[in-house]
Design a protein around this ligand. Sequence first.
Ligand SMILES: NC(=O)c1ccc[n+]([C@@H]2O[C@H](COP(=O)([O-])OP(=O)(O)OC[C@H]3O[C@@H](n4cnc5c(N)ncnc54)[C@H](OP(=O)(O)O)[C@@H]3O)[C@@H](O)[C@H]2O)c1
Length: 333
Amino acid sequence: MNEEVATPSVARAVVCPELGPLDQLTVQSRPIVEPGEGMVRLEVAASGVNFVDGLICQGKYQLKPQAPFVPGSEVAGTVAAVGPGVDGWAVGDRALVFCGFGGFASHVDVPALSLVRVPASLSLPRAAALVQSYATMLFTLTRRTTVAAGEWVLVLGAGGGIGLAAIDVARSLGARVIAAASTPERLEAARAMGAEATIAYEEEDLKTRAREISGGGVDIVVDPVGGAHSEPALRALGKLGRFCVIGFASGPIPAVPLNLVLLNNRTVVGVDWGGWTFTDPFGNRAILDELMSMVADGRLHPTEPSTYPLEAAASVMTALLDRSLAGKAVLIP
Ligand SMILES: NC(=O)c1ccc[n+]([C@@H]2O[C@H](COP(=O)([O-])OP(=O)(O)OC[C@H]3O[C@@H](n4cnc5c(N)ncnc54)[C@H](OP(=O)(O)O)[C@@H]3O)[C@@H](O)[C@H]2O)c1
């Protein structure tokens, strides 16, 4: 029997008609066409939802896609059809892909070269949810800077997607982690991921506590939050400390006095993983392969995400943006 006959002829996808409020997103049906040369059709088991997806749909991100478009940058699923000229992939294989756009859908057509095999030990929802957060953090801590065993890493927004991935990756490299977050639940999630100390940064003095815990100053700061927490975190860095600028989830982009960088020979490290994937797709491919082998041999432990239907895309993105949803979330088409 030809397995492709069993594939539905219609795909469902979340469509953003124009950049603006999230409540205008709808789920629409569209015909499925056979994959072209070098392409593979993936039946999507789960699509990861990220903070940045909500910014993109609203036109508040540096990348502004031509509307209408289907949002969603990371999916995992099973191969449903293989186009001409594709080697090494067969119907039923489990794979993930960083597709950039088009991921909030029941099916995606992607170049076979971009597919990454998902190990049997990793559920497809966990695979879909880890791509952006974990790739960003492996890129940060092994390509943009390095972290030595025993070094202290202070993670801001530690209960969020980037934060939890930062803890896991830092621990896999032998680092010690201090997690800073806003609520006891988020700090507990960070502890469960491997942080050995926590700071409730809306109540406690971030700089003083981080310096106390690390015995003088941390070696690395991972900052996906920005705003008022960045300067105290920079001040918490010890000698030769590295401050990794990941994002500004709190809104304001902080301006810090540069004498704080001069003091202690500190370094500010900019991280633009998304931009880098376009300039070095093979480098990113190596990152994704590395992540899969680290998950397969138990060095990384991505969490099981919360699950929602495609119809909930707008409300999930809104909840990430307004801080009411913590941890990772996926859409199940
Ligand atoms: N540079 C890169 O390559 C790259 C790659 C991926 C993502 N990012 C960026 O990293 C940032 C975090 O992404 P994420 O996926 O970790 O998002 P997330 O899961 O929603 O986590 C964001 C965290 O920011 C904290 N936060 C503080 N103030 C906030 C506010 N006013 N609104 C919302 N959150 C607030 C929250 O922790 P508390 O409540 O504990 O404070 C939350 O856990 C985003 O800005 C994203 O664009 C950058």
